[in-house]
Write a protein of this length. Structure first.
Lengths: 170, 263
């Protein structure tokens, strides 16, 4: 069981944020079960980190960041064969599922070559749909840094727009 | 959602928005359909998620791995702010001990060298007219008294027992008078009896009995040479006793003394 001292605090955080963390993880991983695994991992990490988290009022930022990094690391691990199997095994009648898996492939292919901070900013902007000022709030980076990372990513991923559209539109 | 982005609404929904910000978001959602719909979606998603994945499911699943190891529970129970000074003291002691230890040992050795001169480690019993009595250095002894010296040896090694009288004459008390060395092997310990006893002669005055400890056997000539040097420098047994230092007689040797008064 979870230690009593942290149980109540963790339960409160879970009931407040778990659905949002899960949704974010699902948008990266594309699978309900994988998103649930990721959500659990994020809350396990939270349970361990709770005593050290000073700004409890910005727990959401912490959770989103932890979830994003965890999901990207999962993409890195499960790239290649497993990913292809899921894509080819997907029910062709479920458009939403196909769209998610395609997005997952895009994220894997385009994002992984970049550094941790760039990846985080790109996911916040293009997967979660946050504005640049919101990304700055969430990450604690300056607005110019966020802009710099996004520009860097766009320039470095020339031609990716067409590939993304191709993936999403089949 | 123009004025209030997703993040504002999510923070409001999570209860992280400040009071002022919460009022603004609430007001905004009354008039903005898209923001109101997003907020409603977050609420319905949460309700559906918690129905499907309640906290209990997490706690039973991967959350069960959060059970603390025994050592972590123990650490948590002892890591209290009130105990910080105690931990700091222990830490300081652990760091400082190896540094000051050689110094302390040097001091102890020096103290030990002085202690060798005292009477605490050299005691005796004596036999007079067939009767055994505990020895007291303050007593006055007579010719024929048989003195059995008891000593404490700090470590195993060799011991020599000899005396110097008022005339500077040295007497050895090793069991084998013909042996090259005047020392006998000794074990470490307290209240050890020297293998032979001292029979006092008729010479009057003081007699300084010296038990000399050495890590190796010592020849009688070493002691007689030392006694000869003392004769020129000191006025009598008491004077020799007062000035006796560790290593005076021979290297690595330490001595403890007993000053007897005879009549």
């Amino acid at each position: 069981m979870i230690p009593d001292a942290r149980h109540a605090e963790l339960k409160e955080a879970y009931e407040r944020y778990a659905s949002m963390v899960h949704a974010r993880c699902r948008s990266i991983l594309g699978s309900e079960d994988e998103a649930w695994d990721a959500t659990q991992e994020v809350f396990i990490k939270l349970a361990k980190s709770l005593p050290g988290i000073r700004k409890k009022e910005s727990l959401y930022s912490w959770l989103i960041s932890a979830g994003t990094h965890y999901c990207i690391s999962q993409l890195r691990k499960r790239r290649s064969v497993e990913l292809d199997e899921q894509i080819h095994g997907a029910d062709s009648g479920d458009a939403e599922q196909e769209r998610r898996l395609a997005l997952k492939r895009i994220i894997s292919g385009l994002l992984l070559p970049w550094g941790r901070k760039v990846r985080e900013v790109v996911v916040y902007a293009y997967v979660y749909g946050y504005r640049q000022d919101e990304i700055a709030q969430l990450t604690g980076m300056g607005g110019s840094t966020v802009r710099k990372y996004l520009t860097k990513f766009k320039r470095g991923s020339q031609g990716s727009k067409e590939r993304i559209e191709e993936e999403l539109n089949g | 959602m123009a004025e209030h982005g997703k993040l504002d609404i999510e923070r409001y929904f999570g209860g992280e928005a400040g009071e002022k910000s919460a009022v603004l978001v609430r007001e905004h959602c009354r008039t903005c359909a898209s923001c109101a719909a997003y907020l409603a979606k977050l609420e319905s998603d949460r309700a559906a998620f918690l129905l499907r994945r309640p906290f209990a499911a997490f706690a039973r699943g991967r959350g069960a791995a959060l059970k603390d190891a025994w050592y972590r529970r123990m650490l948590q129970s002892i890591m209290r702010p009130a105990l910080v000074p105690a931990f700091a003291t222990v830490l300081l002691a652990l760091v400082a001990l190896p540094i000051v230890r050689p110094y302390l040992e040097g001091r102890r050795a020096a103290v030990g060298a002085i202690a060798y001169k005292g009477d605490q480690t050299l005691s005796f019993v004596y036999q007079r007219n067939g009767t055994f009595m505990p020895g007291n250095p303050a007593d006055t002894f007579i010719a024929g008294d048989r003195i059995q010296v008891l000593y404490a040896a700090p470590s195993a090694g060799h011991i020599a027992l000899f005396s110097i009288d008022g005339s500077g004459a040295v007497s050895f008390y090793q069991p084998d008078a013909r042996a090259e060395y005047c020392t006998v092997p000794t074990a470490a310990g307290a209240d050890l009896a020297f293998p032979s006893s001292i029979v006092l002669d008729s010479a009057h005055g003081q007699e300084l009995v010296i038990a000399m400890f050495s890590p190796r056997p010592v020849a009688a000539a070493v002691i007689t040479d030392w006694a000869a040097r003392c004769a020129g420098r000191h006025t009598g047994p008491r004077d020799i006793r007062t000035s006796l230092r560790k290593g005076d007689i021979c290297r690595d040797c330490a001595a403890t003394t007993l000053l007897l008064n005879k009549r």
